[in-house]
Design a protein around this ligand. Structure first.
Ligand SMILES: O=C(O)CCC(=O)C(=O)O
Ligand SMILES: [Fe+2]
Length: 298
């Protein structure tokens, strides 16, 4: 006759299962199905939640700017000022991240290179003006761009296994926008993921076009109203939803991934539609790929 296990045996098994869940099952689920763990978006979301996360095509690594030893000369003084918006996820507002001369130089070098921006749904890259209406230009890695790569690396404490991606200027004319999305893709288990984002405003001769985070809470402190939309849509302190005004030269920096490599749901964000004029943004993304150096023998 089959005898049932004793209660004390079942209890011991259950104790063994706890570390299996914490150290094996939970990280696996977070790595492969990050969207299962993301909370639903707030009802104050201007756009729907249907956009696929990411936009990263992992089929090759030509999107990374290799450290190739090419020399570059940077301005001796970097005059940026930082303001901490959030510790978890880490979000830092940076005044004057890029000088007027640098911003104008990048605007000039990209002006003839724009093509319609694409979205990537994990399988195909396509133009989808419903999700993203802007033009983008891949920047040559000239002296100015290399200095920005260097600044972005230094800002993050020269963190190991972090690679600056090739930079794109993004131009939004009237009605240009990018619906809510994550910059991370939940792809660390497949090799790497986008660890952090600098959203740099190169040109902001526009109305609208703010960078919106519906899952962040409005901070206290009048000082923030220089950089955030405080009025108009009735947003008060402590309310959900933060919109950064596009201001030439300034940048928003945020970390996309937790220490365990999973993406922060709070980083769900959008480029609100430009209603008048033109906004040009610069994406400076840092790619985290722990095994890259070994795999390529660098
Ligand atoms: O332009 C913005 O405000 C945000 C752009 C953005 O989120 C992106 O390009 O991934
Ligand atoms: Fe983004």
């Amino acid at each position: 006759m089959v005898s049932l296990p004793k209660f004390s045996t079942l209890f011991t098994w259950a104790l063994y299962l706890i570390p299996v869940y914490i150290f094996v099952l939970d990280p696996l689920v977070r790595g492969f199905f990050p969207s299962l763990l993301a909370p639903p978006s707030g009802s104050d979301d201007l756009f729907d939640d249907s956009s696929a996360p990411g936009g990263i095509n992992l089929t090759d690594d030509s999107f990374i700017s290799p450290e190739d030893g090419v020399p570059f000369n940077c301005p001796s003084a970097e005059g940026y000022r930082v303001h901490l918006l959030s510790r978890e996820p880490l979000i830092i507002y940076i005044e004057n991240f890029i000088s007027e001369t640098e911003a104008n130089h990048i605007l000039d070098m990209s002006v003839n290179k724009y093509t319609p921006s694409i979205v990537y749904d994990g399988q195909t890259e396509r133009v989808d003006p419903n999700k993203r209406l802007s033009d983008r230009a891949l920047l040559d890695r000239d002296n100015t761009v290399r200095c920005l790569e260097d600044r972005a690396r230094a800002f993050q404490g020269w963190r190991p296994d972090l690679y600056i991606e090739r930079m794109w200027a993004q131009r939004y004319n009237a009605s240009g926008h990018y619906r809510h999305h994550y910059d991370w893709a939940g792809s660390l288990a497949r090799g790497g993921d986008r660890f952090s984002t600098f959203m740099v405003y190169l040109d902001a001769d526009c109305e609208g076009g703010g960078t919106n985070f519906p899952r962040l809470r409005m901070p206290d402190g009048e000082g923030w109203c220089r950089f955030l939309e405080c009025e108009g849509d009735g947003k008060g302190k402590g309310e959900m939803g933060v919109t950064f005004k596009p201001i030439k030269g300034n940048a928003v920096f945020w970390e996309n991934l937790r220490a365990d490599g999973t993406g922060y749901p709070e980083t769900w964000h959008a480029a609100f539609p430009v209603t008048k004029g033109t906004k040009v943004g610069l994406n400076v993304w840092s790619w985290y790929q722990p095994k890259r150096r070994n795999r390529l023998g660098r």
